[in-house]
Structure formats: C-alpha cells, structure tokens
Write a protein that binds this ligand. Structure first.
Ligand code: DMJ
Length: 549
C-alpha cells in the first residue's frame, strides 16, 4: 500500500497517547479560516439547493450535468425533504418555514409508487422527525401538545404506518421494498440486506416515545432481535438474509455496504432510548468485528461462519466506523483507521466505492464517489471529541477537493471515476442532508447542535414541563438530528395509552391491494430499490477484472 503517512500516523498516535491530557488551542489564523469555510459551506449548500429548486423540484433529485430532475427513490421531492433540517442547522429559518409548508402540502404517504422501506425510513421519516423537533427554533407555529403533537410528526407517523406493513413476516424482519399505497406485493423477494433489517430503531423509537404508541419501537426491536439471533457461532452477521426463514443468502461479513447502519443503530439506539441491552448487543458484535474483520487498522470482509478473509477491501461506506468508535470511546482505534482512510482519499482526492488494500488499487466498476458523507462525518465526531486542529485541516482539504472536482453549473456531480475525476449525472439527496451538514458542523464550533447542556429551552405542555435543546443530539444515518430531551417530554403520554393499543394486528392484518383503477404504478429508476450488491459480486471481479491505478 502507499504508506506515505503510515510512519507519520504511528508518530501521531504515539504523541496523542503520550499527550492524552493536553488540550489543543485554535489560533487566530485557523479561527479565520474556519469562518471562511463556514461561508464556503453555505455557498456550497445554496448552489446545490437553488439548482435543485430551479431545475429539478418537485422530482427527487437534481441531475447536475443536464440541469434537470429525476425521480429515484420514490416520488417524494426527496432532496427537499432531506435538506429541510439542514436549513435549520444553517440558521435559514425563513426558508425552513417555507419548505415545511411545501412538504406538508405535497408529500403524500399514499402514493402508488414502489419504494425502498429502508430509504423511506432514513430519509423521509428521519427528515420529518428532525424537522418537527427543530421547528421550535425556527418560529413555526406550535400546537399546545408540541413536541408530542404537530403536523410534521403526524406526517412521519403516516409514513411509518405505511412501511410497518413490510414487517408482517414470520421472523419480524421487514421486506426491502413495497408499494406505499398497496403494501407488499405477494411476489416481493424475501431477500433483504442486513442494514435494511436493522436500521429502524432510531426513527421508530423516536416515534413511539413522542406519540406514546409503543408499536413502532416494538416492531423495530423485534426485527433487530430476529436479525441478531441469526448471527453465526463466531458472532458475525452476513450481508443478505431471507427475512421469512432467517437463512443467510450472502455470507460475507463486513462493516460496509449492506451492513453498516445496523451497527450504527445499536450504539445510537442505546444512547437515544437509554437501552443498555442494545449496547450489549453492539459490544458482542464489536468483539467479533475486532477478532475476525480488523486487520491492522483496516476492516476486511470475511466469511461469517469461518471468519476467514474473503475480500481485502476498504469501502467508502465503511468510513462511518471511526465516528462510531469515537462515540464508544475507542479513540486510538478511530484515529488510526481514519488516517488510513484519509490516505486513500489523499491518493485520489476522494474515496472510491471499493478499494483493494493489498494492491492499493481501485476495484473496477466500483471506482466512483457519489459525494458520500462518511469520511467527513467521522472527522466531525473525532474533532468534537478531541478538538485536534489537524482534523479541521483534513476536513478543509476534503471540502476543497469536492468543490474543485464535483461542482457544475447547477449543482455537484457524482464522480464517476476517482482516478480521472470524470463525472456522472447524479446528485444524491444525502449530499445536502449529510455531506454538507457535517462540513458545516465541523467548521461551526458554536452550532446549537453541539450544545453540551449549557443552554436549553423550557416549555410547558399538557404533558408536563419539557426541557429542549440541552444537547446530546443523535443523528440518524441520514444525518437528521434527534433531540433526546424531546423524547422525555412525552413520556407521560406513553404511559397513558401504552395498554390501549393492540399493536401487531395492524401489521399482520394487512393485505396487498391489487390495482383496481387505471392508475399506473410510478416506477423510480431501475435498480434503486435494492440493497447495495453483496460484496460477493465484487469478489468475482477480483479474479478477472481488477483494475490497477
Ligand atoms: C446514506 O443514505 C446513509 O448514510 C446510509 O446509511 C448509507 N448511505 C448513504 C450515504 O453514503
């Protein structure tokens, strides 16, 4: 591998260990630079946001090369829904109020459209919950019961009521796709990726705690427990599972594509919902990950039964992991791995989807960079924990590279090949929901989302006294922040109605509604409803089509 920073890394980690009580200071010139990068990040956001609104809205995404729009994950105006809370984070309350109105008027949970259950949850439901909880900061009219009531919350609940139909399976693990209006087709494949089973507890837990209806949290936990029960004897989970039988159909264990947010939600779910059991489950997984997948400071893919390495690769999606390690206090490991990932970034000016570590080369057909957030996400978490100015500089370099290579006339384009920086006509909605938000949070040390309890707001509701904004925000996997204190505001209500709900009947009594009228099912572009291809596909590439740089 290219190892320009390997020796340097050892030195840094050594110095950091030796200096665990040192505190960093930010000098005036870095402070000035931070101010500049905050403005640059706002400019990046508005260039892409205005481009989307002008050329693509109400479709899901902007096509940044042709400056027009396309539906991808549904027919949600997805970029707008995903970007809504970023407006509040940037302090643009006027636009936040305007967009909240637009979303409330136009977003329809009963659309006749085939959707990914996972993406609808993390992007749409997550975005709505977050916007609901931030609406008090932006002067939206609040009803007396807020945060336990409110129109954005009600809309999130309506979407949840649709997608819970996917959970009516023998194991409790959900189907990957469904039709929002009609439910799950009898022909739907029962093969779902791990992340699409285990990435609901934050949104569903928040919905249950806010509305008092325990159903959502129960459903998410049932799916998580069923998934966890299928782990192998050595404690690993695979990539794709049959949700009716619990059998694994892709047995590659890893921390990246198809699996990633399952681990993320165990840690964040434990934190948000004060659920120690979830943390225990995570610790067991982490032990197996460290034992079988961690090779030096990299994480490879392995057979879930034997633990032997199948794919010596790094995936761009895996870069969320140092952020999780930061949350669990494994700072040394987080630093070391982050520097390795930054090495890959440094080689190309961005991280390719798949990178073969032993050959230090991009994998053919996985050479793109779709403006993903994971690396800057981890940098942001590690910076918040350490205040190490080197991390700010790292973030600035990554920012510059995106600005230089991905900016187009009307937005920012996916990089088709990190080796020559050619571009592709796509700007995923997570660019405005996550990538830009994490840059801003890195460069804005005083952002309200960084609150550590010095400031808070008190509100009196019919459910009692409520403290909000006291910090500890938990971001869902699409970077939509959830204020944990808001969840406690509604706990009285939970006790009131907890016994009145005959929960699971709603899920199991569902029948697929066949088309009765002439309305056509709206089809998003072809492959979007599937999980990322299992790494097994990539394994085949290794032996024929490896491309070296
Ligand atoms: C986002 O939609 C989410 O972060 C998801 O968990 C993984 N992929 C993208 C960003 O890369």
């Amino acid at each position: 591998m290219s190892h320009y920073s390997t020796a340097f890394l050892c030195l840094i980690v050594f110095l950091k260990n030796a200096c665990s009580t040192c505190s960093y200071t930010i000098d005036k010139s870095l402070k000035d630079e931070l101010r500049v990068y905050r403005q640059k990040t706002k400019d990046m956001f508005y260039h892409a946001y205005n481009g989307y609104m002008k050329h693509a809205y109400p479709l899901d995404e902007l096509r940044p090369l042709t400056c027009d729009g396309v539906n991808t994950w549904g027919n949600y105006s997805l970029t707008l829904v995903d970007a809504l809370d970023t407006l509040a984070v940037l302090g643009d309350c006027k636009e936040f109020r305007k967009v909240s109105d637009l979303v409330l008027k136009n977003l329809d949970p009963y659309m006749n459209v085939n959707v990914s259950v996972f993406e609808t949850n993390i992007r749409v439901i997550g975005g709505l919950i977050s916007a609901h909880l931030l609406s008090h900061r932006c002067g939206l009219e609040l009803e007396p019961g807020w945060p336990c009531d409110g129109p954005l919350l009600a809309l999130a609940v309506e979407f949840a009521e649709r997608i819970i139909l996917a959970f009516g399976t023998k194991t409790g693990m959900p189907y990957g796709s469904m039709n929002l209006l009609r439910g799950v087709s009898p022909d739907e494949t029962p093969i779902t990726c791990t992340a699409s089973v285990g990435t609901f507890i934050l949104e569903f837990g928040a919905l249950s705690r806010l509305t008092g209806d325990p159903l959502y949290e129960k459903i998410a936990l049932r799916a998580l427990n069923a998934l966890n029960a299928t782990k192998s004897e050595i404690g690993l989970v695979g990539n794709h599972v049959n949700i009716q039988t619990g059998e694994w159909t892709a047995r590659d264990a890893g921390i990246g594509a198809g699996v990633d947010s399952f681990f993320e939600y165990l840690v964040k779910g434990a934190n948000l919902l004060r659920n120690g059991e979830l943390m225990k489950v995570f610790s067991e997984h982490r032990q197996a990950i460290y034992q079988y997948l961690k090779k030096g400071d990299w994480y490879f893919w392995a057979d879930m039964k034997s633990g032997s390495t199948t794919l010596p690769i790094f995936q761009s999606l895996e870069a969320f992991w140092p952020g999780i390690e930061t949350m669990t206090g494994d700072l040394d490991s987080a630093y070391r791995t982050l520097y390795h990932y930054f090495d890959v970034w440094h080689k190309f000016g961005m991280t390719p989807e798949f990178f073969r570590v032993d050959l230090w080369a991009v994998l053919k057909s996985k050479e793109g960079y779709p403006l993903r957030p994971e690396l800057v996400e981890s940098i942001m978490y590690l910076y918040r924990a350490t205040k190490d100015p080197e991390l700010l500089k790292m973030g600035m370099r990554i920012f510059d590279s995106i600005e230089k290579n991905a900016k187009t006339e009307c937005g920012y384009a996916t990089i088709k090949d990190v080796r020559d920086h050619t571009r592709e006509n796509r700007m995923e909605s997570f660019f405005l929901a996550e990538t830009v938000k994490y840059f801003y949070l890195l460069f804005d040390p005083d952002n309200f989302l960084h609150s550590t309890g010095q400031r808070a707001v008190t509100r009196h509701t019919p459910h009692g006294k409520c403290i909000l904004g006291a910090g500890g925000y938990i971001f869902n996997t699409e970077a939509h922040p959830i204020d944990p204190s808001a969840l406690h505001c509604c706990s009285e209500r939970t006790r009131d109605i907890a016994n009145a709900v005959n929960a699971m009947d709603r899920v199991f009594s569902h029948q697929y509604t066949n088309s009765t009228g002439s309305d056509e099912v709206k089809k998003p572009s072809s492959s979007v409803l599937k999980c990322s291809p299992p790494p097994l596909d990539a394994a085949l590439n290794f032996y024929g089509e490896m491309s070296r740089t």
